[in-house]
Every structure is written in C-alpha cells, then in structure tokens.
Ligand binder design. Structure first.
Ligand code: ZN
Length: 389
C-alpha cells in the first residue's frame, strides 16, 4: 500500500527549487516518487495531507549524547546511570530528536555498549528513533576528556587495541579526543592530546576495520595534529587558545585540502540571547564559524545535544547560528540534509558522519519542528566551569 504525503511546499533537496503543492509517495520503506501533487498522486494511494507546511528531507545531527540528560543539574561525561536506565533515557531522547526533524544522528560518546544496543533496537523497529551511528566510548588519554566513559588508552599498541575493541562491540565509527574538553575538569581544552604516531595508529586501525574517525578537537594544536594524522571529521573545531580563540588560515586550508568535514556543534548555547558557550565570546565564536565557511570547509550540522542545557528538541537553534555566520538557507539545508558533496568524489574516500543515503530511502520531515524545551538564560554553571584550569 502506497502513502502519498502532500504538503503546501516541498523541497526535495538543498539544490532543488521548492515545489508548490508537492507530494512524496512512499511504498513501504522506499520513496517511490517525489514531485508536484498533480504529477505523482497515485490513484489508490492513501493520502496524508500535512497542509501548510514545508516538507524537507530528514535532517542529520552529527553529534549527540543520547545517554545524557540535558536537564540534569550536573550533567557530565561521567556515567551515573545503570545500563538499563541509560538505555531508557537513550530511547526517550531519540524520540525527542525525531520530533525535532532529525532522522539520522551520530552518538559520539556513551559508556559500554548501551549505544550499539539501542541503535539495533531502533533499526529492528522495536522502538522509534532516528537511524543511529554510534561511537561507544571515545578513545582518550588516561585522565583525559570523558575518560570516565571507559575509553582510556595510551601508546600506539593500546590505542590500536582500543579501536579493535570498538570494532568488536559493533561501533560504527571511532571518536578520539585530540584535546581536552570543558566538561572534564583538568583536561585543558587548548592543549593537544596524543602524539602524531598515536593518532595515525588510531586512524589506520579504524580504516582497516572500515570505520571512519572523528575527533573532539577544541584547541588549535590538536586540530592541526588531527588533520595531519588523517582523521575524517573534526568535532567543535573551536580554535581555542589559552585565553580565547584564534582562527588559523593555514590549518583551515589543510582541512579543505585533506577533505576533512567539520561539525562545529553550534546549539542553543550559541544563541545571542542565551549565550553560554565556554569557548570564547560569542562574536569570536561566530567569526570563527564564518571564517571556516569562507575558507571552503565542509560544515555539517551537529549540536552536542545531551550536554547540560542543550536540549534535543532545540536542534534548529544550531542552524540559526549558521545563519548568523553568513550561511545561506540553501547552504544550511545542505549542512543539515546532504552528504557533504566533496566526500563521495574525494580520493581519500573521506566523508562526513552520516552514511551516503540514496535519495530513494531518505526519510522526510515536515517543518517547523516543535520547540518544547526552553533554553535558560546565560548560565555560569556550565558543566566543568570552575573546574577547568
Ligand atoms: Zn560531545
């Protein structure tokens, strides 16, 4: 039985002209037709008329933490829940993400194997949620950022073994911490972690197992080292220094030349009215984003939802920060719904976090997404604030 989903406006992809009175015809889990209602409406299809909305391809969130509760008083990277409670929280958060219009998400940090387990439950249709790609515990130096999740490793042999362990767990990709983070006291976000040799070992071993590597990199030195070592994607890319931030044109060129995608994790914390991002003053953070865009870096949408005060329902806030940095609506739509166009043709085979999704199997979403959670005012109690030297 086919279902024809009709909407006042339809945008088939970020490069297409909007279609007035459009429809998507779905046959089981496959999109059978997309176009003007008068052209694609099938005789016996069940009709679902959404009315005055704009129908878009499903959106990506390339950086979430579904096992974390953004409303918790003291969210941190340290797991405090039992596996059963973490799985229940993950399912609830996945549903919130789906309601916000996100149909593919990357979980970039969860303890144990709860993330792979919930990913599989969603894939089987046991519970609702976006298609998930998961990293399980990030690989980090002893005592480093998010070490409490269980991914501590040091030296070439240990990091190789840790990548193999993630592969055995069934993780989809590897996350490695190449700088400290604001959520782990004492980890120093502006300082690099892991030697070039250790990072190359992570990338080589992951690629041998068919897994891509993304890195948490806030500081300038860690960003540069990660690019040199051959990571596929950079999270945050905050250009953080000891006393603020400093965009580096030369390193940005290397990011472009190497075909590395950046997920800058803009979110509710980066909005002008509620600003509480700890990296630097807002003007500098938005300027850095503008500079990355102008340099030609492929930007993909990711929010870091799950960390303190960054709610899954507020996915669209991050897209509005892209607009503040000068990206056009089409460019923002591409960052949120397209596989980065350079990735498929890239000689290194690198790509952003989401897998290539043939247009015929794209999930679709109707805007505007609901915004049920309220973002609180600027907050001095950012997780880790005060504990970071
Ligand atoms: Zn994160």
């Amino acid at each position: 039985m086919q279902v024809a989903i009709r909407a006042r406006r339809l945008v088939p992809d970020s490069a297409a002209e909007p279609i007035e009175d459009g429809a998507v015809v779905v046959d089981g889990d496959t999109i059978a037709a997309v176009g003007p209602w008068r052209d694609v409406a099938a005789g016996d299809a069940e009709v679902l008329d959404l009315g005055d909305v704009t129908l878009l391809p499903g959106m990506f969130d390339c950086h979430v933490h579904l096992t974390m509760d953004p409303a918790a008083a003291h969210t941190s990277a340290a797991p405090t829940l039992t596996d059963e409670d973490a799985a229940a929280l993950m399912v609830a958060n996945a549903s919130r993400l789906l309601d916000a219009g996100v149909t593919t998400a990357c979980d970039l940090g969860a303890p144990g194997v709860v993330a792979t387990t919930v990913r599989d439950r969603i894939a089987r249709g046991d519970v609702e949620g976006p298609r998930l790609l998961v990293a399980n515990a990030p690989i980090t130096v002893p005592g480093g950022h998010a070490h409490a999740m269980g991914g501590e490793a040091s030296g070439v042999d240990e990091v190789r073994a840790m990548v193999r362990r993630r592969a055995a767990e069934g993780a989809d990709l590897i996350k490695v911490m190449t700088t400290g983070g604001f959520m782990t006291a004492g980890s120093r976000p502006w300082e690099a972690r892991y030697s070039y040799e250790e990072l190359v070992a992570v990338v080589e071993t992951a690629h041998e197992h068919g897994m891509r590597v993304t890195t948490h990199a806030l500081g300038v030195e860690g960003i540069e080292r990660a690019v040199a070592a051959g990571v596929d994607t950079i999270e945050h890319c905050g250009w953080v220094t000891r006393d603020g931030s400093r965009f580096d044109e030369r390193i940005a060129r290397a990011i472009v030349d190497e075909g590395v995608s950046v997920s800058p994790t803009m979110n509710s914390a980066c909005l002008a009215q509620d600003y509480f991002c700890p990296w630097d003053e807002r003007d500098h953070v938005v300027d850095n984003l503008r500079s990355m865009h102008r340099a030609g870096i492929t930007l993909v949408a990711g929010t870091d939802a799950g960390i303190g005060l960054v709610h899954f329902e507020r996915y669209a806030d991050g897209l509005s920060v892209f607009a503040d940095a000068g990206m056009s609506p089409r460019e923002i739509l591409a960052a949120a719904t397209d596989v980065p166009p350079t990735s498929a043709a890239s000689p290194t085979g690198r790509a952003g976090c989401p897998p290539a999704c043939p247009p015929t199997s794209w999930p679709w979403t109707a805007t505007p997404p609901p915004t049920t959670a309220r973002s609180p005012a600027r907050c001095s109690s950012w997780p880790g604030a005060g504990g970071t030297p």
